[in-house]
Ligand binder design. Structure first.
Ligand code: ATP
Ligand code: LTN
Length: 327
C-alpha cells in the first residue's frame, strides 16, 4: 500500500517561481512513490475578500497550472475544495476541539491580521488552520508536502487529530509535513531576507509563472546582488545564493557546477544566463498551459471531486458515529 499525500494551493494572486519550486515541483516528483491528492483550496482564499468572477477564473487557472506543471490526472486526484462538502463539515467538528490560544499563535494569522484592528479581522482568517486540518485529516493523509511557512499548521493538525483520537478512539491518521530542500524557501529578488511572495508590494520581488521573456530579463537584471563580483554559493551572499538556487533547481545543475561555470565571469554574464534558464522553463510551461482547455480542466476536476467525495464520505461517517451524531 502506497502512503497518501495531500496538498493544496489557494486560488488568489499570481503564482510565482517560489510556489512552483517550493510546492508544485516536488508534488510532480512524488506522484509515483505515493498516492497523491491535490486540491485548489478556494474556501481558504475567501478568508480575505475576493472578486467572485476573479475567484472562479483563478480556481480553474490553478488547476490548469497543476496540469501544465506535470501533475498527471491518471496518477493523482485533482479537485476543488468547495466541491466536497465534507471539508466544511469536518472543520466545524474540529472547531469544537481547537483552542483559541493555539490559533492565536499561528504566524500566518498574525502576519495577515497585523494590518487590521483586532475588531475587524475576519473569523475565517483566524479559523483558517482548522479548515486546513480538515483537508488533511479527511483523507487519512500520511504526508503533506508544503513550504516552510506551513509547518506550524501541520503541527496544529497533528494536535487536533491526536486530541480527537484520544477522546473518541482511533479515527485519524497523524500526518507528517515534508519540506523540499533548497526550494523550501525562495527569497524575494528585491530583498533576499524576505520570501518571494505574490502579495509583495513590488513586482520586482517575484517572477510570476505568467511573466514574458522580456519581463523575466528585466526583473533578473534588477535583482539585488551582494558586494563583491565572484559567483560563489555562500550564506554570506544571500541574494546570490537565492539566484543560484533558482538556477540550479530549474536547470538540474548542482550549485557547485554553477560556481565552476562562472569562474572568472561576473554578475552580468550570470544574470543573462539565469534569465535564459528561467525563460527556457517558462516558455514551454506557458505553451502547455495555453493548450489546456477549460472543458478538459473542468472534466478532470469533476472526476477528481467524485473520487474525493467517496473517500470523504466514508471518513465522515466514522466521525459522526464516534461523536454521537445520528447516522
Ligand atoms: P504568498 O506570500 O505568495 O501569498 P502563500 O504561502 O500565501 O504565499 P499559497 O498559495 O498559500 O501562498 O502557497 C502555496 C504553496 O507555495 C505553499 O506550500 C507555500 O509554502 C509555498 N510557497 C509560497 N511562497 C514560497 C516561497 N517563496 N518559497 C517556497 N515556497 C513557497
Ligand atoms: N494553507 C496552505 C494552503 C492549504 C494546504 C491545505 C496545504 C490549505 N489546505 C492542506 C496543504 C494541505 C497555504 O497557505 N499554502
Amino acid at each position: 500500500m502506497k502512503k497518501r499525500i495531500f496538498s493544496g494551493i489557494q486560488p488568489s494572486g499570481n503564482l510565482h517561481l517560489g510556489n512552483y519550486l517550493g510546492a508544485i515541483k516536488q508534488w510532480v516528483d512524488l506522484q509515483d512513490e505515493y498516492e497523491t491528492i491535490f486540491c485548489v483550496v478556494d474556501l481558504h482564499a475567501i478568508t480575505v475578500p475576493q472578486d467572485p468572477e476573479e475567484l472562479r477564473k483563478k480556481t480553474l487557472e490553478i488547476a490548469k497550472i497543476y496540469l501544465a506543471s506535470g501533475i498527471d490526472p491518471t496518477k493523482s486526484t485533482l479537485f476543488v475544495q468547495s466541491q466536497v462538502q465534507e471539508h466544511t463539515e469536518l472543520a466545524w467538528i474540529l472547531n469544537t476541539l481547537a483552542r483559541l490560544g493555539d490559533l492565536e499563535k499561528m504566524t500566518q494569522f498574525k502576519d495577515k491580521s497585523e494590518k487590521n484592528e483586532k475588531e475587524t479581522v475576519g473569523v475565517g482568517l483566524f479559523d483558517y488552520p482548522v479548515l486546513m486540518a480538515s483537508d488533511i485529516l479527511l483523507y487519512d493523509t500520511n504526508v503533506v508536502p508544503v513550504g516552510k511557512d506551513q509547518m506550524q499548521h501541520i503541527e496544529l493538525t497533528r494536535n487536533l487529530a491526536e486530541r480527537f483520537n484520544k477522546r473518541f478512539g482511533e479515527t485519524f491518521v497523524i500526518p507528517e509535513g515534508k519540506l523540499s530542500k533548497e526550494g523550501a524557501l525562495i527569497m524575494g529578488l528585491d530583498d533576499p531576507t524576505k520570501k518571494m511572495s505574490k502579495s509583495a508590494p513590488s513586482e520586482y520581488n517575484y517572477i510570476a509563472l505568467s511573466d514574458t521573456a522580456e519581463t523575466v530579463h528585466r526583473k533578473i537584471k534588477k535583482a539585488v546582488t551582494d558586494s563583491g563580483s565572484e559567483i560563489v554559493y555562500s550564506d554570506d551572499k544571500p541574494a546570490l545564493k537565492n539566484l543560484i538556487n533558482i538556477y540550479s533547481l530549474l536547470s538540474g545543475k548542482t550549485t557547485q557546477d554553477i560556481e565552476v561555470m562562472y569562474v572568472g565571469k561576473g554578475y552580468g554574464d550570470f544574470k543573462t544566463d539565469l534569465a535564459e534558464v528561467v525563460v527556457n522553463f517558462l516558455a514551454p510551461f506557458q505553451e502547455r498551459l495555453a493548450n489546456i482547455s477549460d472543458d478538459d480542466a473542468l472534466a478532470i476536476l469533476e472526476s477528481g471531486a467524485e473520487k474525493a467525495r467517496e473517500l470523504a464520505r466514508i471518513k465522515m461517517k466514522q466521525v459522526r458515529e464516534k461523536i454521537g451524531l445520528l447516522v
